[in-house]
Design a protein around this ligand. Structure first.
Ligand code: KG4
Ligand code: ZN
Length: 341
């Protein structure tokens, strides 16, 4: 086992439809390889059975590539970190089983990682002299599976202050895109078209949800009815107005997120605000957050694009932090589809 100054973590992520492996040297990323599964595009969403099969095919080459890119021998690895959950069980099983076997084979410790904690702790991967959020801070975790406002007191002391009661924000983007006939995953495409459109063109109602919780299923329904109504009058409505529709949807979603974030900041008195998860790649939310620095006096933290969507480097940083604390797992550990932070 290595000392606590020179720690090499090999990390594995397989919670959904990205097979990823990374190598970290302490808090520095040496490699972060992601194989995105294209097969799901044809089905308009992730097909769990196909996802686990693709993970099985990808995992060995992806790990091999991560070690080669990091230019280290696997004998140097101090520990194996892996995503235990939350996620699709069949997908998680591939990464979990692989990580367990590799830790046995290399005779190094095993470290289980919560995927949602990892999205938040991705902020602590070293990026030059970029500032990291000081504790306590608020994290808005926005992905294809989750929408949460988390109070982060310390690395492993987190409290969910609010979350979605139905769809996640990434789903809201993807399902809206599907209604518009855009391919899966539609979130990045809505973002792309929104950049060229008028956010005020089509006002959509914001849901009324108590406290710091969210709801996105009503928005999806109102978008569906709106599109059905307009296309019955003009069959070319979507293609003639695609940019404006996307801009209006994005504007509404960002409005919902920012309203709750403002409420959380006011309730807790915390002005250190971070975003995490795949949807933090969205240019609208990044802009809104940057503007809030001047508007509300917040200090905001936005991860590097590569660390926003699913990736193993974020699993590696949690592995490193747990390694320092001696938080290791034993070989009986099992994947967990529902795993609260
Ligand atoms: O965190 P992530 O990679 O996977 C999950 O753990 O869910 O998040 C994926 C989600 C998808 O719903 C995708 O459409 C959305 O993030 N997403 C975006 C953008 N980039 C990714 N949504 C809106 N705008 C983007 N630029
Ligand atoms: Zn994720």
């Amino acid at each position: 086992m290595s000392d606590k100054q020179n720690i090499y973590i090999l990390a594995i992520e397989s919670s959904c439809d990205d097979t990823s492996a990374a190598v970290l040297y302490n808090d520095n990323m040496l490699s972060n390889v992601v194989a995105t599964q294209k097969i799901h595009e044809a089905y308009g969403g992730v097909v769990p059975e196909l996802a686990s099969r693709a993970h099985q095919q990808n995992i060995v080459p992806v790990v091999h590539q991560a070690l080669a890119k990091a230019n280290i021998d696997k004998k140097l690895v101090s520990a194996i970190a892996f995503t235990r959950g939350p996620g699709l069980l069949g997908s998680l099983l591939v990464g979990t089983s692989f990580a367990k076997s590799l830790s046995l084979g290399l005779n190094v410790p095993l470290i289980e990682v919560n995927h949602m904690q990892a999205h938040i702790l991705a902020h602590f991967i070293k990026e030059g002299d970029k500032k990291v959020p000081p504790f306590p801070f608020l994290a808005l975790t926005i992905s294809g599976g989750h929408t949460q406002i988390v109070l982060v007191n310390n690395y492993f002391d987190m409290e969910i202050l609010g979350e979605t009661l139905d769809d996640a924000v990434g789903e809201a983007f993807d399902k809206s895109a599907k209604i518009l006939g855009l391919p899966y995953p539609g979130g990045p495409l809505v973002d792309k078209h929104a950049a060229k459109g008028d956010p005020m063109a089509f006002p959509f109602p914001k849901p009324k949800v108590k406290g710091l919780n969210f709801s996105f299923s009503g928005l999806k329904t109102s978008i569906l009815y709106f599109i059905q109504r307009e296309t019955s009058k003009n069959p070319n409505f979507v293609e003639e107005n695609l940019n404006d529709i996307c801009a209006s949807i994005q504007h509404t979603i960002i409005g919902i997120l920012m309203d709750k974030l403002k409420k959380a900041a006011a309730q807790t008195g915390i002005k250190e605000i971070a975003i995490a998860g795949g949807v933090s790649a969205n240019s609208g939310i990044r802009k809104a957050l940057q503007e809030s620095e001047i508007k509300y006096g917040w200090n905001t933290y936005i991860p590097k694009f590569e660390y926003c969507t699913d990736n193993a480097a974020m699993i590696g940083i949690v592995g490193y932090l747990k390694y320092l604390d001696g938080k290791f797992s034993d070989q009986r550990i099992a994947a967990k589809a529902r795993y609260v932070i």
